[in-house]
Design a protein around this ligand. Structure first.
Ligand SMILES: *Cc1c(COP(=O)(O)O)cnc(C)c1O
Length: 443
C-alpha cells in the first residue's frame, strides 16, 4: 500500500492549502469525511464482499445519528443498566503524593509557584462489567437490533470486549459468538468463563500468534459469510469506516460527562486530559468532546513495553508508519515488507500493532500528544493508585496513571488534570502477581 499512502498524503497537503485560504478553518471535530477519512487516514480497505454490510451500517447509522429517540433510549438504558453517569473523582491522596514529589524536586532551586496539579479520575471502572467497553457494545447491539440482525460476533484479546458484548447480547436476547486467540483463552480463563456464563460461545482461534490480531481476522472472515443476519461489534475505534466513527460516538459519553462534571465541580474546563491508547476507544471517547477546546491539553499514552526495539512495545503512534490493518489506513507497527510486526505489552488490552485512524489524524495535526510508558512504570503506578486511593486500576489504565503523575508534577497546583480510569484491575491481579515475583526475583 505505500503508493496509496503517498497518494493520499498528497491529497491531504492540497486540502490543507485550500483550508488555509478560507477565513475560518474547519473544526477538527468535523471528521470523518463522507468517504470515511480522518485527513488522510481511515477509509474502507476491505474485500468487496463486505461492502454491502458496511453500506447498510452506514445508512442505518446515518439515520440514527440524528434520531433523538435513539440517543435518549440509549441514555435511559445507560442510567439503569450501566450505572452512568460514572463519577468524576478527585484523587486527593494521589495529588498530595505528586505535590510532595514536586516539592522534593524543587528543593534547593529558586522559589517558584507550588507545583502539582489536582488529579481527577473519570471512573469508567465503575461502569457495569468494569470498563468503558460496555458503552460501545450496548450502543452497537441497539444498532444491530435496528438492522434486524439476530446474531452478534466480536473479537476479544483480554476478554473485556468479549464480556461486554456477551452482556449486551444476553440482555437483548441475541446469539453471540466471540473470537479469541487460543493463547488469550489460556491467559484469561476468568473472562472466558464469564462469557460462557452469559450464554456466549467462545471460538478459540489457532492461527498466527493466536492473539487479538488473529481473532480480529477470524471475526471479519465470519462476517463476510454471515452479514445478512449477523452484526460484527468491533471493540475499538479501528476497522473500516463507519466503525471508527460509530465507536467514537458511543464512547464520547465519557467526554461529554467529564466536561459537564468539570463545569459543575470547577466552573471551568480541565487543563489536561490523559488516557491510555490501545486501539484508542477510551481515549477517543474522552478526547473527542474536547478537541475543539484548544486550551485543553490532550495526551494519549501507548504501551512502551520493555524497550524501543521492534517487538518490545505496542506503540504505533510513537514508532509506527502509515499502513493498512483491519480495513483502515493508520499508523501501524510493520516490517519493511508491510507485514504486521510483533508487539509486546504487559497489558493485553494495549497489545495491538495498530491504532484508530482518528488518533493518527490527531497525531499528525498535533492536536493530541502521544507518548509511551513502560511495563515497569505501569506496574509501579498500579501499586501506587491501589495503595494511595484504594482503587485497583486495570494494567492498561495504569499506563495513563503513570504518565499523568509525571505530567501533574510539572503543572501548577492550581491546574486540573483528568485521567480516564478506563477499567478496574481485578482481571489483572494474577498477571501483576507474576510480574511482581519476577521483579522481586531480579533483586
Ligand atoms: C480494552 C481496554 C483498553 C484498551 O482499549 P482502547 O480501545 O484503547 O480503549 C484500555 N483499558 C481497559 C480497561 C480496557 O479494557
Amino acid at each position: 500500500m505505500p503508493g496509496e499512502a503517498t497518494q493520499r498524503g498528497a491529497g491531504r497537503a492540497s486540502s490543507e492549502r485550500v483550508m488555509a485560504e478560507k477565513p475560518m478553518a474547519a473544526r477538527l471535530s468535523d471528521v470523518p469525511s463522507p468517504q470515511g477519512r480522518f485527513g488522510a487516514f481511515g477509509g474502507q480497505y476491505v474485500p468487496e464482499t463486505l461492502m454491502p454490510a458496511l453500506q447498510q451500517l452506514e445508512e442505518t447509522y446515518a439515520r440514527l445519528r440524528s434520531d433523538d429517540t435513539f440517543w435518549s433510549d440509549l441514555s435511559t438504558f445507560h442510567k439503569s443498566f450501566t450505572g452512568r453517569p460514572t463519577p468524576l473523582y478527585r484523587a486527593g491522596n494521589l495529588t498530595k503524593l505528586v505535590r510532595q514529589r514536586a516539592a522534593r524536586t524543587a528543593a534547593g532551586k529558586p522559589a517558584q509557584a507550588e507545583l502539582g496539579a489536582n488529579i481527577w479520575l473519570k471512573r469508567e471502572d465503575l461502569a457495569h462489567t468494569g470498563a468503558h467497553k460496555i458503552n460501545n457494545t450496548l450502543g452497537q447491539t441497539l444498532l444491530a437490533i435496528k438492522m434486524g440482525k439476530k446474531r452478534i460476533i466480536a473479537e476479544t484479546g483480554a476478554g473485556q470486549h468479549g464480556v461486554a458484548s456477551a452482556t449486551a447480547a444476553a440482555h437483548f436476547g441475541l446469539a453471540c459468538d466471540v473470537y479469541m486467540g487460543a493463547e488469550d483463552v489460556r491467559r484469561q480463563r476468568l473472562n472466558v468463563m464469564r462469557m460462557k456464563l452469559l450464554g456466549a460461545n467462545v471460538i478459540e482461534v489457532q492461527t498466527g500468534s493466536k492473539t487479538l490480531k488473529d481473532a480480529t481476522n477470524e471475526a471479519m472472515r465470519d462476517w463476510m459469510g454471515s452479514v445478512e443476519h449477523t452484526h460484527y461489534i468491533i471493540g475499538s475505534v479501528v476497522g473500516p469506516h463507519p466503525f471508527p466513527m460509530i465507536v467514537r460516538d458511543f464512547q464520547s459519553i465519557i467526554g461529554h460527562e467529564t466536561k459537564a462534571q468539570c463545569l459543575r465541580h470547577l466552573g471551568k474546563l480541565p487543563d489536561a486530559v490523559v488516557a491510555c491508547v490501545g486501539g484508542g476507544s477510551n481515549a477517543a471517547g474522552i478526547f473527542y468532546p474536547f478537541v475543539d477546546d484548544e486550551k485543553v491539553a490532550l495526551v494519549g499514552v501507548e504501551a512502551g513495553g520493555t524497550g524501543n526495539a521492534p517487538g518490545q512495545h505496542a506503540a504505533p503512534l510513537s514508532f509506527g508508519t502509515p499502513g493498512v490493518l483491519h480495513g483502515s489506513l493508520s499508523y501501524v507497527l510493520q516490517t519493511d515488507t508491510g507485514q504486521t510486526a510483533d508487539v509486546h505489552s504487559c497489558s493485553a488490552g494495549l497489545d495491538y500493532p495498530g491504532v484508530g485512524p482518528e488518533h493518527s489524524y490527531w497525531r499528525d495535526s498535533k492536536r493530541v500528544t502521544y507518548t509511551a510508558v513502560t511495563d515497569s512504570e505501569a506496574l509501579e503506578a498500579f501499586g501506587l493508585l491501589s495503595r494511595t486511593e484504594g482503587i485497583l486500576p486495570a494494567l492498561e489504565t495504569s499506563h495513563a496513571i503513570a504518565w499523568a503523575m509525571k505530567l501533574a508534577e510539572q503543572m501548577p497546583a492550581t491546574a486540573n488534570l483528568v485521567v480516564n480510569l478506563s477499567g478496574r484491575g481485578d482481571k489483572d491481579v494474577d498477571e501483576v502477581a507474576r510480574l511482581l515475583s519476577t521483579v522481586n526475583a531480579g533483586h
